[in-house]
Design a protein around this ligand. Sequence first.
Ligand code: UDP
Length: 328
Amino acid sequence: MTILITGGAGYIGSHATAIFREKGYDVVVVDDLSKGHRAAVAEGAKLYVGNIADKAFMDTVLCENSVDAVIHFAAYSLVGESMQKPYEYYKNNVAGSMELFESLVRHGVKNIVFSSTAATYGQPEDGIITEKTPNSPINTYGETKLAIEKMLKWYNSAYGLNYTALRYFNVAGAYPDGHIGEDHHPETHLIPIVLQCAAGKRDRMKIFGGDYPTKDGTCVRDYIHVCDLISAHELALKHMLETGECGIYNLGTGGGYSNLEIVETARKVTGAAIPTDIVDRRPGDPPTLVASSEKAETVLGWQRKYGIEDIISHAWKWHSSHPDGYGD
Ligand code: UDP
């Protein structure tokens, strides 16, 4: 079976590419390398460098390969940046996806797994978020992902393009042997920044906000290991191919860690001091985001393998062996 992975040179996409290759799928990667890294793409995957919105380019990709299904990761994904650059986020994420879907329809591709986000929920009342929790994004990034989910619904009704949207909570960690991992420029995510501090690439780090209504005043997030996340993609794909059902699923763990708890766990894993300063809140951050993934567990049969210490120690393997990331 041939899977087209958009954004397959990015952090999550490169883990998907590696894992789907290992499981014996033929993988075609489309990535414009604006954020991704050529060196992150697993051996044996066929890389096409170009943009999903480029019709002629996508015609070439889809004519040269008989694609059975698509996993669509390619997107801009920084909450803070999305608040500064709405045009770029709508153009790249929403307009880009729309062009991709048109290309899929033109070439008769009928199945897509879409990388969505917890940011579609916005700032829900305290409690565990289920797929029935109302969507009310509080940042441009979440708004663009929700727009794409809605677009998929109408593409399904117009053309029979089956879709599964997976709403990720905080994805972290790395391939367990640390040969691929997270390398963003600039880095804005908590765990990589904590580990860059542990590796001596930064002297200190900032914790954004110490006065949230949470257990220790810092934000609480639900961290899911990137490899567990990818295993859910394979199950979602199989389920969709077998049943023809479309669906939306949360992917998280049902438990949350505060920013200070993450730093403390990283101190334990790395043995480094990791000095922190509590500073002002970062705009767009809800206090707590924790998922119920019961639907993915019951309908897809998904089970997680890894906990927070695995996440941080696998990420540490990557960061300590690649202090300059992919070096590109
Ligand atoms: N955070 C922080 N310092 C940093 C980076 C992130 O305190 O240098 C906090 C951020 O404000 C949020 C949490 O860590 O409360 C997780 O942020 P991240 O950007 O990793 O993921 P997000 O939840 O925004 O998707």
